[in-house]
Design a protein around this ligand. Structure first.
Ligand code: ADP
Length: 288
């Protein structure tokens, strides 16, 4: 199942043969497998025959930025990135065995995410664009969070959804009305280093109970957008949020703002998968 050209490149780049392949499920975008190598080590490989191979180059950069923040979050180290002549991209990284949470795992996760968010920049955005899922994510830098949110997060996704006839002109008009109210909605916060796609499917606890985060869409943003997204598909544990707030208190009222932040992942899901996500977007913006 792994294209031969990827196997050949891996043999060269990793300096070992692939002895065994075990397919890994759970991702929403890419194919993935655990590889056992002839030198006795394992690695995690993801590849995609239909997405831009640059996606994996940017994923590698994102993982490096997260690792460079030097928190106690576990971030897989990358081993090889590349593409085949027919543009199948791949990324090989350290294989981390999933374990389960032990005492304090969730608290530590909350505390360490707060530590990550304390890494801050002068502007919202990043010095390069990357991807959210397999969609391009524009990170042009802005001094104001609202400008970044509108121009780099809402508008590109709205254009995509509108071009594909997934959202109508009435919904687009509701967005424009919402933009005018954003100065009264978003509290001031500095630009924090964010994982950028932090939901239940993009973290697990390793076999020492340490929170491991992967598959990022990194940028410097308002930390509330990261926390809002953690609530979208089920939410993390209470201990996680309590420890986060103890380490880095939040301004009150996030629960009234989180739907606005979650317009971003919901628009992304509308563009990736369509269906009910478009209706959720319409319900939220129709309030404006
Ligand atoms: P996708 O880009 O398709 O969403 P993910 O990066 O989320 O794929 O990976 C799919 C699944 O593989 C994850 O849900 C997780 O369980 C597992 N996984 C991700 N990274 C690693 C890793 N470094 N080691 C072991 N398992 C991993």
């Amino acid at each position: 199942m792994i294209p031969d050209a990827i196997r050949q490149q891996l043999r060269q780049k990793l300096g070992a043969q692939i002895d065994n392949i075990h397919s890994v499920s759970g991702g929403s975008i890419n194919r993935a497998a655990k590889l056992t190598l002839s030198d006795g080590t394992s690695c995690f490989l993801k590849w995609n025959t239909s997405a831009d191979p640059d996606m994996f180059v940017k994923e590698k950069r994102g993982l490096k930025l997260l690792a460079g923040a030097d928190t106690k979050l576990r971030i897989p180290s990358t081993l090889a990135v590349g593409k085949t002549t027919d543009d199948t991209g791949y990324l090989a990284m350290e294989y981390i065995s999933e374990g389960r949470s032990i005492d304090h795992s969730a608290e530590d996760f909350g505390r360490q995410l707060a530590a990550l968010h304390k890494h801050q920049a002068k502007k919202y955005g990043l010095n390069h664009n990357n991807y959210i899922g397999k969609l391009p994510q524009s990170n042009q830098q802005h001094k104001e969070w609202i400008d970044f949110f509108i121009n780099e997060r809402m508008e590109p996704q709205l254009r995509m959804a509108s071009d594909a006839h997934k959202l109508g002109s009435e919904t687009i008009a509701h967005f424009k009305a919402m933009y005018k109210q954003l100065p009264d909605i978003f509290p001031e916060e500095p630009a924090s280093l964010l994982h950028g796609d932090l939901w239940g499917g993009n973290y697990f606890y390793d076999n020492q109970g340490r929170a491991t985060i992967f598959d990022p869409a990194v940028y410097y943003g308002h930390r509330e957008i990261e926390l809002a997204f953690t609530h979208l598909f089920g939410g993390f544990s209470r201990c996680f949020y309590r420890a986060y707030k103890e380490a880095y208190p939040l301004q009150s009222g996030l629960k009234h703002r989180k739907d606005i932040y979650n317009l971003y992942p919901l628009l992304v899901h509308t563009n990736l998968f369509g269906g009910s996500y478009a209706r959720q977007v319409q319900t939220i913006v129709s309030r404006f």
